[in-house]
Write a protein that binds this ligand. Structure first.
Ligand code: IVH
Length: 672
């Protein structure tokens, strides 16, 4: 083998590690996905031709390790302790007093605080810059080796970055929390329910279950991420403060939560806590509080630890998102695919500041498994914007009057037959024209990720369907203003707004349109995959099940479902009707170019959308969203309370857009 090939393999590995870091850790990619794929394919080709060039930390080695027989145990050289909890401001203040008393000092102490992630603690061991071992916390002293599973997580570096500020140590143990973001968690549970598997109770259980797989191929398909927050054994590096450790971890290529609060006194930590508590639902992941740490490592050492937790740190928790309440009854809702979902009707209770009176029970099997009866006292849980759910029954509260639940023998909305197919967990109403199904389908059709028709809410859809004005999607485009204006709670103005929104929705990307159709097993992501593969609706409609199946990521379930959908004459008529009414599909290529080459930086809070939504919308037009302002930034979008990024934009002369201007730009990117 020539030296050139060896050199090329090393070059490719280096480039791929770097692009992985830029994309996953910094969220600031420098190359397109296609370019990344090309480099990866080249490395795979080189390694296939010369297997002796494969090294364990090659970017190609994240997936594909053979399944383990069992997990080996490993001792943590420095124990992974737990934290003492505090639940109110007084307890946080008492912590500061306690620390000062222990240190016999009256002077102000400096703390660094971080979000407390609700996930699974792990330790990652690097030798000479390469990931060697990864383990769970276990009982704090001994954990389980889960190295192949951890390797699959893209935000975990396989090799470290050497920089002028931090040289790579010969041995470094890093600690962090593995978690699953909320949206991905919901998606994962939806897929599990569709496949007849039990859903995970919360993102933490989902993360734990995903890490506990003997086959890392399963873990690879789970949306796991990491934030690192500390170190275990370290050689060669000297630190004097916790904040320094976090900075060094960042420099070495680890993902560190950017919402930390460095080096302030306890009063400011309390303000930080309140700020995070108020905004916690805007975060894409779950936090269960903050961790306050004495910043000075010499002081940490003096403080030492108690039996199970250090004296220098405190977990100041957010109010619980679990509560107990009584279940008054079980309603059965009919979804857009006819699925009957039992929903708990609860005595209203405040959970983490929001009143909850309903919770999902998922399906019949879940109710049976948890033995949930009407009249039970139940533990309910709310996570982010996820629909609240019943976790378990508090059986000790049973009095004997509780009634077991039976699924209805007929559809509660239209009275038609209900059917539970073999291998499925759900009962379905067989009547495709069931008004409850039609309403849900239209709501889905008009929802944000689909046609995004503003103003077409639950009540209005209900009236339109009940009055027979809406039977199919195509009917939407035949509505006239006078009819809409004559409906309850509607007037001239709101009718006009709706008509405008419907007109606007006619120009839509192929992917959104496919998603809007509500084909079973075709979610937003799959719709993108199909749009990318077939480019035109006609081509997709004409594809055979086998052709569909050859597309990457498309399995037999999706291909059969897509085929069945387009084979249905009613669906064909409906689509023809929409195209006739002027629905114009834009292919991804055209759309992708509209904001190509433009980089956005978002700062401050927006009113009409979350940051991740804004990001998705910009990216849909081919724009890039970056987290730091530079001369290459095209626009800085400033929401409410913008940060220092706005100052920097002004300094560099970067154009600043307010929220309204951003919305205009997204509506009509070509004009901007
Ligand atoms: S520091 C000795 N920082 O909370 C101090 N822990 O209740 C060790 N956790 O097992 C922990 N986010 O899994 C620390 N920013 C953070 C954290 C964090 C989450 C978890 C960690 C730990 C548990 C202790």
């Amino acid at each position: 083998m020539s030296k050139d090939i060896r050199k090329r393999a090393a070059e490719l590995r280096r480039a791929l590690h770097r692009h992985n870091y830029l994309y996953y850790v910094l969220d600031e990619p420098e190359v397109s996905d296609a370019e990344y794929d090309r480099l990866m394919q080249e490395l795979i080709a080189v390694e296939t031709a010369h297997p002796e060039l494969v090294v364990p930390d090659s970017p190609t080695q994240r997936v594909g390790a053979p399944p383990l027989e069992k997990f080996e145990s490993v001792a943590h050289t420095i124990p992974m302790l737990s934290l003492e909890n505090a639940f109110g401001e007084e307890e946080a203040i008492a912590f500061d007093k306690r620390v000062r008393r222990f240190l016999k000092t009256d002077s102000t102490l400096i703390y660094t605080a971080e979000p407390k992630m609700d996930g699974v603690a792990v330790e990652l061991v690097y030798e000479n810059g390469s990931l060697k071992e990864a383990s769970t916390r276990g009982d704090g002293y001994t954990g389980e080796l889960i190295t192949p599973n951890i390797r699959t997580i893209n935000t975990v570096p396989l090799t470290l970055i050497s920089s002028a500020t931090v040289a790579i140590p010969s041995r470094l143990a890093v600690r962090g929390e593995i978690f699953i973001p909320l949206e991905a968690f919901e998606q994962l549970n939806k897929e599990r329910l569709d496949n007849g598997e039990s859903p995970f109770a919360n993102p933490r259980n989902a993360a734990a279950g995903s890490l506990r797989q003997l086959d890392s191929g399963i873990t690879a398909n789970r949306p796991l991420e990491i934030f690192c927050y500390g170190v275990g054994t370290v050689t060669d590096l000297e630190f004097t403060s916790h904040w320094e450790i976090l900075q060094a971890l960042k420099a070495l290529g680890f993902r560190v939560n950017p919402h930390s609060k460095p080096r302030v006194k306890i009063e400011d930590i309390l303000i930080y806590y309140r700020g995070l508590l108020d905004s916690r639902h805007e975060f894409p992941y779950e936090m269960d509080g903050i961790v306050i740490k004495v910043d000075d490592l010499a002081l940490q050492k003096r403080l030492g630890e108690k039996a199970r937790s250090p004296r220098w740190a405190l977990a100041y928790k957010f109010p619980a998102t679990q509560e107990t309440t009584r279940m008054l009854g079980i309603d059965v809702q009919v979804g857009r695919t006819g699925a009957l979902t039992p929903v708990a009707h609860l005595e209203p209770v405040s959970v983490g500041g929001v009143t909850v009176s309903r919770a999902t029970l998922h399906n019949e099997d879940e109710i049976k498994k948890k033995d949930i009866r009407v009249g039970d006292t139940v533990l309910i849980q709310r996570a982010g914007d996820v629909i609240p759910e019943v976790v378990k029954v508090i059986t000790t509260k049973r009095t004997g009057v509780e009634k077991p639940f039976e699924m209805p023998a007929a559809c509660p909305a239209c009275g038609s037959k209900v059917l539970r197919l073999e291998g499925e967990a759900v009962w379905r109403c067989v009547n495709a024209n069931c008004p409850a199904q039609v309403k849900e389908r239209i709501k889905h059709f008009a929802s944000k990720g689909a046609l995004d028709i503003d103003g077409l809410g639950d009540k209005l859809v209900g009236q339109l369907v009940d009055k027979g004005l809406l039977k199919s999607y195509a009917d939407l485009f035949a509505l006239d203003k006078a009819t809409v204006a004559s409906l309850e709670r509607m007037g001239e103005k709101s009718a006009q707004n709706l008509m405008d929104a419907i007109t606007r929705s006619k120009r839509i990307s192929l992917a959104r349109f496919i998603y809007a159709l509500g084909i079973r097993h075709v979610g937003e992501h799959m719709a993108h995959v199909l749009a990318g593969a077939f480019k035109a609706l006609r081509a997709l409609m004409a594809a055979t099940a086998e052709e569909l199946w050859t597309v990457d990521e498309v399995g037999p379930e999706v291909s059969e479902s897509v085929r069945a959908f387009f084979d249905n004459p009613e669906n064909q008529r409906n689509i023809a009707g929409m195209l006739e009414a002027g629905v114009a599909l834009e292919t991804e290529e055209v759309k992708k170019e509209l904001l190509a080459g433009r980089t956005f930086v978002l700062t401050g809070a927006m009113e009409s959308m979350t940051r991740s939504e804004a990001k998705a919308r910009i990216e849909a037009f081919g724009g890039k969203v970056s987290s730091s302002v530079s001369r290459n930034t095209t626009y800085v979008v400033a929401g409410k309370d913008p940060g220092s990024k706005l100052d920097k934009a002004e300094r560099l002369g970067v154009r600043v857009l307010d929220e309204k201007a951003l919305l205009e730009c997204l509506k009509n990117p070509a004009a901007y």
